[in-house]
Design a protein around this ligand. Sequence first.
Ligand code: NAD
Length: 254
Amino acid sequence: MSQVTPRVAAVTGGASGIGLGIVTRLVADGWKVVAGDINAVTLHEAFGASDEENVVGVVCDVSVESQVARLVETAVDRFGRLDCMVNNAGISGAFGPIHELDVAHWDFTFGVLARGVFLGTKHATRQFLAQGGGGSIVNMCSIAAWDGGTGPQAYSAAKAAVQNLTWSTAAELAEHRIRVNAVAPGSVITPMWMKGRDQSDVDRALQLQPLKEPTTSAHVAEAVAFLAAPEPAMITGTCVAVDGGISAAGTDLA
Ligand code: NAD
């Protein structure tokens, strides 16, 4: 009887929130996963006691090329290959008037959100090509990429960059059968989302959603798991909103 080779994924920002939800879901689906995160403490809390047969935690800052390269190398060393890269790591960045925004803050936000996705795409693609092509990349976008809103300018602009990079790399890499897609959450109550917010913001977020159920990391992971797998073979360059209908409703509910 032939043995089915397990699929292997690398997930950045895998120690918390949506990333942790994605790792948990992929492992439940039978994937082997390398979870990268800049935070060694939460990484250890999440995976320190876990069975290394299925999931391995690696300290990785997505804005540093050598560390992203090492994340991919770990997947290959530990599990023999890479089938999917989930570029999920993120920060919210500071909010404030544009005329008071620090250049350092702008650059830092783009370093994590935009350069991080570029580096994950670059090193996953190198590995996919070494394996003879195929593979899937899923980028964590945001519905903030699609409208301005007020406040998190660097965050929204960086997510718009992620959206555009998803399109351009999907077109470029199609000849190698590498699919590139994105997922755009609305409001998911995670440690990042709660920063500087309280329960009234949670209530307001739910009010803005046509679907009156809180969007969770598991809901986002559902979409990622679908796009990560090879079965949706003709889906590339798309961005799936997991926002309970916020972007469909536009400002009607605001
Ligand atoms: P989170 O803070 O719970 O998790 C983010 C993880 O990324 C953390 O474990 C953090 O340590 C890690 N991280 C931060 N900087 C990193 C770096 N330089 N290198 C590697 N890891 C790093 O936040 P979350 O809400 O789960 O966010 C995950 C992704 O989802 C982000 O890209 C975020 O922009 C996106 N997103 C979240 C929401 C939401 O409502 N929570 C909405 C839209 C998009």
